[in-house]
Write a protein that binds this ligand. Structure first.
Ligand code: AMP
Ligand code: TRP
Length: 408
Protein backbone atom coordinates (compact mmCIF):
# COMPACT_ATOMS: atom_id res chain seq x y z
CA UNK A 1 0.00 0.00 0.00
CA UNK A 2 2.88 2.33 0.81
CA UNK A 3 5.24 0.99 -1.91
CA UNK A 4 5.55 4.26 -3.81
CA UNK A 5 5.64 6.45 -0.77
CA UNK A 6 9.05 7.57 0.47
CA UNK A 7 9.95 6.54 4.03
CA UNK A 8 9.39 9.92 5.72
CA UNK A 9 5.78 10.02 4.46
CA UNK A 10 5.12 6.59 6.00
CA UNK A 11 6.66 7.80 9.18
CA UNK A 12 4.47 10.90 9.23
CA UNK A 13 1.36 8.80 8.47
CA UNK A 14 2.13 6.59 11.45
CA UNK A 15 2.97 9.36 13.84
CA UNK A 16 -0.18 11.21 12.78
CA UNK A 17 -2.31 8.78 14.71
CA UNK A 18 -4.47 10.48 17.31
CA UNK A 19 -3.26 10.30 20.90
CA UNK A 20 -5.86 8.50 23.01
CA UNK A 21 -5.76 8.30 26.79
CA UNK A 22 -8.20 6.54 29.03
CA UNK A 23 -8.26 5.40 32.62
CA UNK A 24 -10.14 2.78 34.56
CA UNK A 25 -10.39 2.29 38.32
CA UNK A 26 -9.22 -0.89 39.98
CA UNK A 27 -12.40 -1.29 41.96
CA UNK A 28 -13.03 -5.01 42.16
CA UNK A 29 -14.60 -7.64 39.95
CA UNK A 30 -15.35 -6.44 36.46
CA UNK A 31 -18.66 -7.01 34.70
CA UNK A 32 -19.81 -6.97 31.08
CA UNK A 33 -20.89 -3.32 31.52
CA UNK A 34 -17.26 -2.36 32.15
CA UNK A 35 -16.16 -4.51 29.24
CA UNK A 36 -18.77 -3.41 26.68
CA UNK A 37 -18.99 0.19 27.88
CA UNK A 38 -15.29 0.90 28.19
CA UNK A 39 -12.70 -1.83 27.59
CA UNK A 40 -13.99 -3.04 24.23
CA UNK A 41 -13.73 0.47 22.80
CA UNK A 42 -10.13 0.63 23.91
CA UNK A 43 -9.35 -2.74 22.33
CA UNK A 44 -11.11 -1.97 19.04
CA UNK A 45 -9.46 1.43 18.72
CA UNK A 46 -5.91 0.18 19.26
CA UNK A 47 -4.77 0.01 15.65
CA UNK A 48 -6.22 3.35 14.68
CA UNK A 49 -4.75 5.33 17.56
CA UNK A 50 -1.68 6.02 19.63
CA UNK A 51 -3.01 4.68 22.93
CA UNK A 52 -2.17 5.16 26.57
CA UNK A 53 -4.27 3.21 29.09
CA UNK A 54 -3.98 3.79 32.79
CA UNK A 55 -5.11 1.87 35.87
CA UNK A 56 -6.08 4.76 38.10
CA UNK A 57 -5.35 3.63 41.66
CA UNK A 58 -5.01 7.24 42.89
CA UNK A 59 -8.63 7.74 41.87
CA UNK A 60 -9.62 4.54 43.66
CA UNK A 61 -8.47 5.90 47.05
CA UNK A 62 -10.94 8.81 46.84
CA UNK A 63 -13.24 6.35 48.65
CA UNK A 64 -12.05 4.14 51.54
CA UNK A 65 -10.06 1.10 50.38
CA UNK A 66 -8.67 -1.98 52.02
CA UNK A 67 -4.94 -1.76 51.07
CA UNK A 68 -4.55 -5.46 50.25
CA UNK A 69 -7.74 -5.53 48.23
CA UNK A 70 -6.65 -2.45 46.29
CA UNK A 71 -3.40 -4.14 45.30
CA UNK A 72 -5.27 -7.31 44.31
CA UNK A 73 -7.78 -5.27 42.29
CA UNK A 74 -4.98 -3.49 40.43
CA UNK A 75 -3.49 -6.85 39.43
CA UNK A 76 -6.93 -8.22 38.47
CA UNK A 77 -7.70 -5.22 36.28
CA UNK A 78 -4.33 -5.45 34.52
CA UNK A 79 -5.00 -9.12 33.79
CA UNK A 80 -8.51 -8.38 32.50
CA UNK A 81 -7.26 -5.61 30.22
CA UNK A 82 -4.50 -7.78 28.78
CA UNK A 83 -6.80 -10.80 28.44
CA UNK A 84 -9.39 -8.59 26.70
CA UNK A 85 -6.89 -7.76 24.02
CA UNK A 86 -5.00 -4.67 25.13
CA UNK A 87 -1.76 -5.41 23.35
CA UNK A 88 1.41 -3.96 24.92
CA UNK A 89 2.94 -3.76 21.44
CA UNK A 90 0.22 -1.41 20.28
CA UNK A 91 -0.78 0.39 23.48
CA UNK A 92 0.92 1.45 26.65
CA UNK A 93 -0.57 0.18 29.89
CA UNK A 94 0.58 1.42 33.29
CA UNK A 95 -0.48 2.13 36.88
CA UNK A 96 -1.19 5.78 37.68
CA UNK A 97 0.60 5.92 41.07
CA UNK A 98 3.79 4.65 39.44
CA UNK A 99 4.16 7.97 37.61
CA UNK A 100 4.50 10.74 40.22
CA UNK A 101 3.86 13.39 37.54
CA UNK A 102 0.12 12.72 37.85
CA UNK A 103 -0.13 13.99 41.42
CA UNK A 104 2.14 16.93 40.68
CA UNK A 105 0.16 17.96 37.63
CA UNK A 106 -3.08 17.67 39.62
CA UNK A 107 -1.76 20.15 42.20
CA UNK A 108 -0.94 22.74 39.56
CA UNK A 109 -4.30 22.26 37.84
CA UNK A 110 -6.03 22.64 41.24
CA UNK A 111 -4.92 26.24 41.13
CA UNK A 112 -6.70 26.71 37.81
CA UNK A 113 -9.96 25.08 38.88
CA UNK A 114 -12.88 26.69 40.67
CA UNK A 115 -14.65 25.12 43.63
CA UNK A 116 -17.96 26.02 41.97
CA UNK A 117 -17.10 23.92 38.92
CA UNK A 118 -16.26 20.88 41.01
CA UNK A 119 -19.39 21.25 43.12
CA UNK A 120 -21.47 20.78 39.98
CA UNK A 121 -20.00 17.36 39.19
CA UNK A 122 -22.73 14.72 39.26
CA UNK A 123 -20.40 11.96 40.44
CA UNK A 124 -19.24 14.07 43.41
CA UNK A 125 -22.82 14.82 44.38
CA UNK A 126 -23.74 11.15 44.15
CA UNK A 127 -20.74 9.75 45.98
CA UNK A 128 -20.83 12.35 48.75
CA UNK A 129 -24.60 12.03 49.20
CA UNK A 130 -25.16 15.60 48.05
CA UNK A 131 -27.53 14.45 45.33
CA UNK A 132 -30.38 14.15 47.84
CA UNK A 133 -33.47 15.51 46.20
CA UNK A 134 -33.60 18.96 47.77
CA UNK A 135 -37.12 19.59 46.51
CA UNK A 136 -38.50 16.53 48.33
CA UNK A 137 -36.39 17.31 51.40
CA UNK A 138 -37.67 20.91 51.43
CA UNK A 139 -41.30 19.78 51.38
CA UNK A 140 -40.64 17.27 54.14
CA UNK A 141 -38.99 19.86 56.39
CA UNK A 142 -41.80 22.35 55.69
CA UNK A 143 -44.45 19.82 56.70
CA UNK A 144 -42.61 18.88 59.89
CA UNK A 145 -42.17 22.48 61.01
CA UNK A 146 -45.79 23.27 60.25
CA UNK A 147 -46.97 20.23 62.22
CA UNK A 148 -44.82 21.16 65.23
CA UNK A 149 -45.95 24.78 65.26
CA UNK A 150 -49.59 23.87 64.88
CA UNK A 151 -49.30 21.28 67.67
CA UNK A 152 -47.20 23.22 70.19
CA UNK A 153 -48.71 26.66 69.80
CA UNK A 154 -52.24 25.52 68.98
CA UNK A 155 -52.14 27.43 65.71
CA UNK A 156 -54.75 26.85 63.06
CA UNK A 157 -53.59 24.32 60.48
CA UNK A 158 -53.85 25.37 56.85
CA UNK A 159 -56.26 22.61 55.92
CA UNK A 160 -58.35 22.79 59.09
CA UNK A 161 -61.53 24.87 59.55
CA UNK A 162 -60.68 28.53 59.37
CA UNK A 163 -63.04 30.96 61.03
CA UNK A 164 -61.72 34.00 59.22
CA UNK A 165 -60.56 35.93 62.27
CA UNK A 166 -58.08 38.66 61.32
CA UNK A 167 -55.76 37.60 64.14
CA UNK A 168 -55.56 34.03 62.87
CA UNK A 169 -54.90 35.24 59.34
CA UNK A 170 -51.84 37.12 60.58
CA UNK A 171 -50.60 34.07 62.43
CA UNK A 172 -51.19 31.97 59.37
CA UNK A 173 -49.15 34.40 57.27
CA UNK A 174 -46.29 34.36 59.77
CA UNK A 175 -46.41 30.60 59.83
CA UNK A 176 -46.10 30.51 56.06
CA UNK A 177 -43.13 32.84 56.23
CA UNK A 178 -41.32 30.65 58.78
CA UNK A 179 -42.08 27.48 56.90
CA UNK A 180 -41.48 28.65 53.36
CA UNK A 181 -38.43 30.81 53.68
CA UNK A 182 -35.53 31.33 56.04
CA UNK A 183 -35.89 28.47 58.48
CA UNK A 184 -36.20 25.71 55.90
CA UNK A 185 -33.24 27.02 53.90
CA UNK A 186 -31.17 27.24 57.09
CA UNK A 187 -31.96 23.62 57.88
CA UNK A 188 -31.12 22.50 54.33
CA UNK A 189 -27.85 24.45 54.37
CA UNK A 190 -27.03 22.59 57.59
CA UNK A 191 -27.76 19.24 55.92
CA UNK A 192 -25.51 20.11 52.95
CA UNK A 193 -22.77 21.28 55.32
CA UNK A 194 -22.87 18.00 57.23
CA UNK A 195 -22.71 15.95 54.03
CA UNK A 196 -19.79 18.01 52.69
CA UNK A 197 -18.09 17.79 56.08
CA UNK A 198 -17.80 14.01 55.95
CA UNK A 199 -16.76 13.70 52.30
CA UNK A 200 -13.03 13.89 51.51
CA UNK A 201 -11.08 16.54 49.64
CA UNK A 202 -9.85 13.74 47.36
CA UNK A 203 -13.37 12.87 46.28
CA UNK A 204 -14.06 16.53 45.57
CA UNK A 205 -10.80 16.89 43.64
CA UNK A 206 -11.23 13.69 41.61
CA UNK A 207 -11.92 15.47 38.28
CA UNK A 208 -8.75 17.57 38.59
CA UNK A 209 -6.58 14.47 39.01
CA UNK A 210 -8.36 13.08 35.95
CA UNK A 211 -7.71 16.28 33.99
CA UNK A 212 -4.03 15.89 34.92
CA UNK A 213 -4.00 12.31 33.59
CA UNK A 214 -5.40 13.49 30.29
CA UNK A 215 -3.36 16.66 29.81
CA UNK A 216 0.02 15.10 30.74
CA UNK A 217 0.05 13.13 27.50
CA UNK A 218 -1.17 15.78 25.03
CA UNK A 219 -4.29 13.66 24.66
CA UNK A 220 -6.60 14.42 21.75
CA UNK A 221 -9.33 11.87 22.38
CA UNK A 222 -10.67 10.36 25.58
CA UNK A 223 -12.93 7.30 25.11
CA UNK A 224 -15.18 6.98 28.16
CA UNK A 225 -18.63 5.86 29.21
CA UNK A 226 -21.46 8.38 29.29
CA UNK A 227 -21.04 8.86 33.07
CA UNK A 228 -17.53 10.29 32.66
CA UNK A 229 -18.38 12.82 29.94
CA UNK A 230 -18.78 15.64 32.44
CA UNK A 231 -15.27 14.97 33.79
CA UNK A 232 -13.73 15.14 30.32
CA UNK A 233 -15.58 18.40 29.74
CA UNK A 234 -14.13 19.92 32.90
CA UNK A 235 -10.68 18.75 31.73
CA UNK A 236 -11.29 20.74 28.54
CA UNK A 237 -12.35 23.80 30.53
CA UNK A 238 -9.27 23.59 32.75
CA UNK A 239 -7.00 23.15 29.70
CA UNK A 240 -8.54 26.16 27.97
CA UNK A 241 -8.22 28.30 31.08
CA UNK A 242 -4.58 27.32 31.56
CA UNK A 243 -3.79 28.07 27.91
CA UNK A 244 -5.53 31.44 28.19
CA UNK A 245 -3.67 32.46 31.33
CA UNK A 246 -0.12 31.24 30.69
CA UNK A 247 0.05 30.72 26.91
CA UNK A 248 -0.73 27.58 24.95
CA UNK A 249 0.92 24.76 26.92
CA UNK A 250 -1.58 21.91 26.82
CA UNK A 251 -3.69 20.14 24.20
CA UNK A 252 -7.47 20.52 24.66
CA UNK A 253 -8.96 16.98 24.65
CA UNK A 254 -12.24 15.68 23.16
CA UNK A 255 -14.51 13.10 24.83
CA UNK A 256 -15.45 10.13 22.64
CA UNK A 257 -18.63 8.41 23.79
CA UNK A 258 -19.62 5.25 21.98
CA UNK A 259 -23.38 5.33 21.70
CA UNK A 260 -24.77 1.77 21.71
CA UNK A 261 -22.28 0.27 24.12
CA UNK A 262 -22.32 3.32 26.32
CA UNK A 263 -24.75 2.07 28.97
CA UNK A 264 -25.35 -1.53 29.89
CA UNK A 265 -28.26 -1.78 32.30
CA UNK A 266 -28.92 -4.07 35.26
CA UNK A 267 -30.50 -7.42 34.33
CA UNK A 268 -32.86 -7.27 37.32
CA UNK A 269 -33.79 -3.57 37.04
CA UNK A 270 -33.14 -2.37 33.48
CA UNK A 271 -33.80 1.26 34.43
CA UNK A 272 -30.56 1.22 36.48
CA UNK A 273 -26.98 0.92 35.21
CA UNK A 274 -25.33 -2.47 35.62
CA UNK A 275 -23.10 -2.00 38.66
CA UNK A 276 -21.00 -4.27 40.84
CA UNK A 277 -22.14 -2.40 43.94
CA UNK A 278 -25.65 -3.80 43.34
CA UNK A 279 -26.78 -6.10 46.19
CA UNK A 280 -28.38 -8.52 43.76
CA UNK A 281 -25.76 -10.76 42.08
CA UNK A 282 -28.20 -11.60 39.30
CA UNK A 283 -28.16 -7.97 38.16
CA UNK A 284 -24.69 -8.23 36.64
CA UNK A 285 -22.56 -10.71 34.67
CA UNK A 286 -18.96 -10.85 35.81
CA UNK A 287 -16.18 -11.44 33.29
CA UNK A 288 -15.15 -14.50 35.32
CA UNK A 289 -18.69 -15.97 35.57
CA UNK A 290 -18.90 -19.52 34.17
CA UNK A 291 -21.28 -20.48 31.37
CA UNK A 292 -23.92 -21.99 33.68
CA UNK A 293 -24.05 -18.87 35.85
CA UNK A 294 -24.36 -16.66 32.77
CA UNK A 295 -27.24 -18.77 31.40
CA UNK A 296 -29.06 -18.56 34.72
CA UNK A 297 -28.59 -14.81 35.03
CA UNK A 298 -29.95 -14.13 31.54
CA UNK A 299 -32.84 -16.57 32.01
CA UNK A 300 -33.85 -14.51 35.06
CA UNK A 301 -33.39 -11.14 33.35
CA UNK A 302 -36.37 -8.86 33.90
CA UNK A 303 -38.45 -8.13 30.77
CA UNK A 304 -41.99 -6.95 29.98
CA UNK A 305 -44.88 -9.26 29.10
CA UNK A 306 -45.84 -8.45 25.50
CA UNK A 307 -43.37 -10.98 24.05
CA UNK A 308 -42.22 -8.73 21.14
CA UNK A 309 -38.51 -8.30 20.58
CA UNK A 310 -38.33 -4.61 19.71
CA UNK A 311 -36.00 -1.83 20.81
CA UNK A 312 -37.94 0.72 22.87
CA UNK A 313 -35.97 2.10 25.79
CA UNK A 314 -38.98 3.75 27.44
CA UNK A 315 -41.59 1.03 27.14
CA UNK A 316 -39.35 -2.04 26.95
CA UNK A 317 -36.16 -1.28 28.90
CA UNK A 318 -35.37 -4.96 29.62
CA UNK A 319 -35.60 -6.19 26.03
CA UNK A 320 -33.83 -3.05 24.77
CA UNK A 321 -30.95 -3.73 27.15
CA UNK A 322 -30.68 -7.35 25.96
CA UNK A 323 -30.78 -6.22 22.31
CA UNK A 324 -28.06 -3.70 23.06
CA UNK A 325 -25.90 -6.31 24.80
CA UNK A 326 -26.30 -8.74 21.89
CA UNK A 327 -25.58 -6.00 19.39
CA UNK A 328 -22.33 -4.86 21.00
CA UNK A 329 -21.19 -8.48 21.55
CA UNK A 330 -21.76 -9.48 17.95
CA UNK A 331 -21.32 -6.09 16.24
CA UNK A 332 -24.67 -6.72 14.46
CA UNK A 333 -26.93 -3.63 14.31
CA UNK A 334 -29.99 -3.68 16.58
CA UNK A 335 -32.39 -3.30 13.62
CA UNK A 336 -31.01 -6.53 12.08
CA UNK A 337 -31.44 -8.35 15.40
CA UNK A 338 -35.05 -7.15 15.64
CA UNK A 339 -35.72 -8.68 12.21
CA UNK A 340 -33.95 -11.91 13.10
CA UNK A 341 -35.99 -12.34 16.29
CA UNK A 342 -39.30 -11.01 14.94
CA UNK A 343 -41.05 -14.33 15.50
CA UNK A 344 -39.07 -15.62 18.50
CA UNK A 345 -40.23 -15.69 22.08
CA UNK A 346 -38.37 -14.12 25.04
CA UNK A 347 -37.10 -17.49 26.34
CA UNK A 348 -35.29 -18.30 23.09
CA UNK A 349 -33.98 -14.74 22.71
CA UNK A 350 -32.60 -14.61 26.28
CA UNK A 351 -30.91 -17.99 25.79
CA UNK A 352 -29.28 -16.67 22.58
CA UNK A 353 -28.09 -13.49 24.31
CA UNK A 354 -26.52 -15.66 27.02
CA UNK A 355 -24.71 -17.75 24.37
CA UNK A 356 -23.37 -14.61 22.66
CA UNK A 357 -21.98 -13.38 25.97
CA UNK A 358 -20.50 -16.82 26.78
CA UNK A 359 -18.81 -16.92 23.35
CA UNK A 360 -17.50 -13.41 23.76
CA UNK A 361 -16.04 -14.23 27.18
CA UNK A 362 -14.53 -17.62 26.27
CA UNK A 363 -11.20 -16.40 24.84
CA UNK A 364 -10.92 -13.74 27.56
CA UNK A 365 -11.38 -16.31 30.32
CA UNK A 366 -8.81 -18.62 28.71
CA UNK A 367 -6.21 -15.83 28.68
CA UNK A 368 -7.11 -14.81 32.24
CA UNK A 369 -6.28 -18.34 33.36
CA UNK A 370 -2.84 -18.00 31.73
CA UNK A 371 -2.11 -14.66 33.42
CA UNK A 372 -3.29 -16.11 36.76
CA UNK A 373 -0.33 -18.49 36.49
CA UNK A 374 2.14 -15.78 35.51
CA UNK A 375 1.62 -12.57 37.48
CA UNK A 376 5.28 -11.58 37.07
CA UNK A 377 4.65 -11.19 33.37
CA UNK A 378 1.84 -8.73 34.19
CA UNK A 379 4.09 -6.79 36.60
CA UNK A 380 6.77 -6.50 33.91
CA UNK A 381 4.29 -5.18 31.32
CA UNK A 382 3.08 -2.52 33.80
CA UNK A 383 6.62 -1.48 34.78
CA UNK A 384 7.62 -1.19 31.11
CA UNK A 385 4.49 0.87 30.48
CA UNK A 386 5.28 3.33 33.29
CA UNK A 387 8.78 3.74 31.88
CA UNK A 388 7.54 4.18 28.31
CA UNK A 389 5.23 7.08 29.19
CA UNK A 390 7.78 8.81 31.44
CA UNK A 391 9.41 11.08 28.81
CA UNK A 392 6.11 12.56 27.69
CA UNK A 393 4.76 13.01 31.23
CA UNK A 394 7.99 14.69 32.35
CA UNK A 395 8.09 16.87 29.25
CA UNK A 396 4.52 18.17 29.66
CA UNK A 397 4.95 18.73 33.37
CA UNK A 398 8.14 20.73 32.93
CA UNK A 399 6.53 22.77 30.12
CA UNK A 400 3.57 23.57 32.38
CA UNK A 401 5.76 24.38 35.40
CA UNK A 402 7.84 26.72 33.31
CA UNK A 403 4.78 28.44 31.84
CA UNK A 404 3.25 28.90 35.29
CA UNK A 405 6.52 30.33 36.62
CA UNK A 406 7.48 27.57 39.04
CA UNK A 407 11.13 27.08 40.04
CA UNK A 408 14.04 29.15 38.85
P1 AMP B 1 -16.38 1.76 37.29
O1 AMP B 1 -15.69 0.55 37.76
O2 AMP B 1 -17.82 1.85 37.66
O3 AMP B 1 -15.61 3.01 37.59
O4 AMP B 1 -16.42 1.69 35.71
C1 AMP B 1 -15.29 1.48 34.90
C2 AMP B 1 -15.60 1.85 33.48
O5 AMP B 1 -16.67 1.07 32.99
C3 AMP B 1 -16.00 3.29 33.30
O6 AMP B 1 -15.43 3.77 32.09
C4 AMP B 1 -17.50 3.26 33.19
O7 AMP B 1 -17.99 4.28 32.36
C5 AMP B 1 -17.73 1.91 32.56
N1 AMP B 1 -18.98 1.34 33.05
C6 AMP B 1 -19.28 0.95 34.31
N2 AMP B 1 -20.51 0.45 34.39
C7 AMP B 1 -21.02 0.50 33.14
C8 AMP B 1 -22.26 0.13 32.56
N3 AMP B 1 -23.23 -0.44 33.27
N4 AMP B 1 -22.44 0.33 31.24
C9 AMP B 1 -21.46 0.88 30.51
N5 AMP B 1 -20.27 1.23 30.97
C10 AMP B 1 -20.04 1.08 32.28
N1 TRP C 1 -12.77 8.60 36.19
C1 TRP C 1 -12.68 7.54 35.23
C2 TRP C 1 -13.71 6.46 35.57
O1 TRP C 1 -14.07 6.27 36.69
C3 TRP C 1 -11.32 6.93 35.22
C4 TRP C 1 -10.28 7.88 34.75
C5 TRP C 1 -9.30 8.45 35.49
C6 TRP C 1 -10.11 8.36 33.43
N2 TRP C 1 -8.50 9.24 34.73
C7 TRP C 1 -8.96 9.21 33.47
C8 TRP C 1 -10.80 8.15 32.24
C9 TRP C 1 -8.55 9.88 32.32
C10 TRP C 1 -10.36 8.82 31.10
C11 TRP C 1 -9.24 9.68 31.14
O2 TRP C 1 -14.12 5.76 34.67
Amino acid sequence: MFTNVPFPAIFIAMSNKKRVFSGIQPSGDLHIGNYLGAIVNWVRGQDAHDNIFCIVDLHAITVPQDPNKLKANTMELAKVLLASGIDPKKSTLFVQSERPEHSEMAWILNCFTRMGELKKMIQYKQKSGLDVNLHVLRQFVQEKIREELVKNYKLPSQEGPFDGLKMELTIQKQLDQIVNKGLVDDILDGVIDKLEGVSTVGLFDYPVLMAGDILLYDTEEVPVGEDQKQHVEIARDIAQRLNKRVGKVVVVPQPVIKKEGARIMSLTDPTKKMSKSDQNENSYVLLRDDAETIRKKFARAVTDSDNKIKFDKEKKPGISNLLNIMSVCTEIPISDLEKKYASSNYGQFKADVAECVIEMLKPIQAKLAEYDKNEDKVRKILADGAEAVAPRAKDTLSRVKKAVGLGL
